[in-house]
Design a protein around this ligand. Structure first.
Ligand SMILES: [Zn+2]
Length: 427
């Protein structure tokens, strides 16, 4: 029997194990924020992978953003060394999940199996993908013990809040150095027949307009910061948004609306702070002396971040030159450079071939509208041969009644195991 058929049977034999593993992971509520149960999930995974012959390292991202004694940022790196020298294939999954939110009809941490779907927070993003990569690696090792190279599986913290206590920390400690690791698959839920090559860039900034406080009955004695911000919003509507819509990209970003530059206004705050909901008094009459917005600009591989910033700076300067008493400040909050792996990179062509073999379709190459941990592997690790590939429907991520399909996980496990066969040359 060729490897393909043997692996297929081996993965099928592990179907119940795959379901149970996914359920077990969902039942550890690794909510972020605050970043809880990280040690518990890393220990659980470490014990399992040690039994499969992996060498285990538990690494706390000491000193990283959000790491504290109450909520330490724990990460797991497991490595299995083959008997012969060769490339290392690394599967990286984040183990944190976002808040539950409203609207659930299932227990968010129950891991309920119903009609071929496993429900729970993190089922699709991305404990299902993590379980899939483990089953794929274990099935490969059972069938192909004599292989060249190494397999690594990591479960990392804080992807949902920037990845600084997770992949960024590990990359700084050289865990994604191209000398150690040659191929990286991040099993994010991008659909089992799509390969995600990278993501757009991000720039967050806070813009503040300034005014002068006065009694609300005599606004002419003050200077209204909210009206100044109104001028900023007007300028955005008139000129900036149309300009951004005209900037199209050659990156295969999905969904289609994200194939251009975009800007979201995350929030706006001006004047007196809002009182708690239980406060029943009226507000005091004051002219607002401060107004702030947070902007979230997503940019394309064809754009430079300095130009992106200069565009907003020029807009504010234009308003200042036209509008009396317009004073503002702008502060950078966060930035990520776009990244995109080449379509002819070895990990891309290998996974594409495996998808064709398993599902008899040519995979779609996509780019994510938002970012994920690939940014750190690229920028800090300097490792370019990286993709996101995993089971699950992207639109379900962060939604109520999030689920992962068992058959999708099985199909993806076959793709991952065949990828290992191709890259690790078993004999
Ligand atoms: Zn995710």
């Amino acid at each position: 029997m060729p490897f393909t058929a043997k692996l297929n049977a081996e993965i099928e034999r592990r179907r119940d194990d795959l379901i149970a593993l996914t359920q077990d992971l969902i039942r550890i509520p690794t909510l972020n924020p605050p970043g809880q149960k990280y040690r518990e999930i890393c220990t659980f995974l470490g014990e399992r992978l040690a039994k499969s012959g992996f060498t285990i390292e538990l690494i706390r991202a000491e000193g990283a953003i959000a790491d504290s004694d109450e909520f330490p940022r724990w990460n797991l790196v497991a490595r299995h060394e083959g008997p012969r020298k060769g490339d290392c294939v690394h599967f990286n999954s984040h183990h944190d999940v976002v808040e539950v939110g409203h609207g659930w009809t299932r227990d968010p941490f129950g891991g309920e199996l119903d009609d071929g779907k496993i429900y729970g927070r993190g089922a699709c993003d991305m404990k299902g993908g993590l379980a899939t990569s483990i089953i794929a690696a274990e099935a490969f090792l059972a069938i192909c013990p004599d292989y060249a190279g190494a397999i690594e599986i990591s479960a990392t913290a804080d992807e949902e809040s920037g990845g600084y206590g997770g992949v960024a920390y590990l990359a700084e400690k050289c865990y994604f150095n191209p000398v150690r690791v040659q191929h990286v698959i991040i099993p994010e839920p991008l659909n089992k027949d799509r390969i995600c090559l990278g993501h757009r860039g991000v720039w967050w900034a806070e813009i503040e307009t300034k005014g002068r406080i006065a009694h609300g009955s005599m606004p002419f004695l003050g200077d209204c910061a909210v009206r100044h911000m109104g001028a900023v919003l007007e300028e955005m509507e008139a000129n900036l948004f149309p300009l951004l819509a005209s900037k199209r990209t050659d990156m295969p970003v999905v969904p289609d609306g994200a194939k251009q530059s975009t800007l979201n206004i995350n929030s706006i705050h001006g004047g007196a702070a809002e009182q708690p909901a239980e406060y029943t008094g009226l507000p005091a009459p004051c002219v607002p002396d401060r107004c702030r917005i947070i902007i979230d600009r997503r940019f394309l591989i064809e754009e430079e971040i300095d130009d992106v910033k200069a565009e907003v700076a020029a807009m504010l300067e234009k308003i200042k030159s036209e509008r009396p008493d317009f004073e503002y400040e702008i502060r950078d909050l966060f930035e990520v450079i776009p990244t995109m792996t080449a379509e002819d990179a070895p990990i891309v062509t290998t996974v594409a071939k495996a998808i064709k073999q398993v599902m008899d379709i040519n995979p779609e190459f996509v780019v994510s509208p938002g970012t994920y941990d690939q940014k750190h592997i690229d920028r800090i690790g300097r490792l370019k041969n990286c993709i996101a590939y995993g089971p699950g429907v992207l639109d379900l991520a962060h939604q109520p009644d999030e689920w992962i399909g068992v058959q999708d996980m099985i199909d993806s496990a076959n793709v991952m195991a065949l990828t290992l066969v191709d890259l690790l040359k078993p004999s």
